[in-house]
Design a protein around this ligand. Structure first.
Ligand code: GDP
Ligand code: FE
Ligand code: FE
Ligand code: FE
Length: 187
C-alpha cells in the first residue's frame, strides 16, 4: 500500500489531533531513516500505523492479548500500554504486513525493549520529538536525534522514565529493560 492509502485508512480511527501527530511522526521518521541509513518506506509505514490502536476498545484489546497469546502482563495496564502490541496485531491482520522488523517498531514504540533495532529506535524517538510535541527538554532531544540515534534513544527513554516516576506511575517491565540496556551501552 502507498502512503496516501495508509493515511486514509488510519484517519477515521483517531481524532484530528492524533492524526496530525501521526503525520509529524511520519515526517520525522523519514528524516531519521534517511540520516541513519534505514529503509525509508518501512519507517514511513511503521510511523503511519504506530498509533492505529490508540482509540480501540480496551476490552477488545485485552481479548486480542489473550486470543493471540501476546504478553499477558499487558492486561490491566490500559490503552497506553496495549496500543503498541495491538497496533502491530492490526497491522498484520488488517493490512497484511508480515515484516517482523516493521511490526516490532509498532509493537515496542511505547515501552521500548532491550536490544532495539535501528528502525525501532527511529520510531520511538520520532514519536517523542515530532514537531507537534511540546514539553520541556524536547528541543534538546531534537538536537540529539540529529547527531546520534543511540544517544537520542537513551535520552528519550530516560525522559519517559523520569516523567513516570515524577507522576507516580507504575513502570512496565519492558520500559525498565530498555533503560537498563541503554545504560549498559553508554560510554
Ligand atoms: P503516544 O501514543 O504518541 O501518546 O506515545 P507513546 O505510545 O509513546 O506513549 C503513550 C503513553 O504511555 C505516554 O503517556 C507514556 O508516558 C506512557 N508510558 C510509556 N511507558 C510507560 C510505562 O512503562 N508505564 C506507564 N504507566 N506508562 C508508560
Ligand atoms: Fe503510541
Ligand atoms: Fe513513544
Ligand atoms: Fe504516537
Amino acid at each position: 500500500m502507498e502512503r496516501e492509502q495508509y493515511l486514509a485508512a488510519i484517519k477515521p480511527r483517531m481524532p484530528e489531533k492524533r492524526f496530525i501527530h501521526t503525520v509529524g511522526v511520519m515526517e520525522t521518521a523519514i528524516n531519521l531513516a534517511q540520516k541513519y541509513g534505514e529503509d525509508v518506506k518501512k519507517a514511513e509505514t511503521a510511523a503511519i500505523l504506530h498509533d492505529i490502536a490508540k482509540y480501540a476498545d480496551i476490552e477488545w484489546m485485552e481479548n486480542i492479548v489473550r486470543d493471540e497469546k501476546l504478553d499477558e502482563r499487558l492486561i490491566g495496564w490500559g490503552s497506553e500500554l496495549l496500543h503498541g502490541p495491538v497496533g502491530a496485531y492490526i497491522a498484520q491482520s488488517e493490512f497484511g504486513i508480515t515484516d517482523e522488523e516493521l511490526l516490532n517498531a509498532i509493537r515496542f514504540h511505547t515501552t521500548g525493549r532491550a536490544s532495539m533495532s535501528r528502525l525501532e529506535k527511529i520510531i520511538f524517538v520520532a514519536d517523542m520529538i515530532e514537531p507537534n510535541r511540546r514539553f520541556d527538554g524536547v528541543e534538546r532531544l531534537r538536537k540529539k536525534a540529529q547527531k546520534n540515534l543511540d544517544k537520542a534513544m537513551s535520552a528519550c527513554v530516560r525522559h519517559t522514565l523520569a516523567f513516570l516516576i515524577d507522576t507516580k506511575q507504575p513502570i512496565y517491565p519492558l520500559s525498565i529493560e530498555c533503560y537498563n540496556d541503554m545504560m549498559n551501552r553508554e560510554d
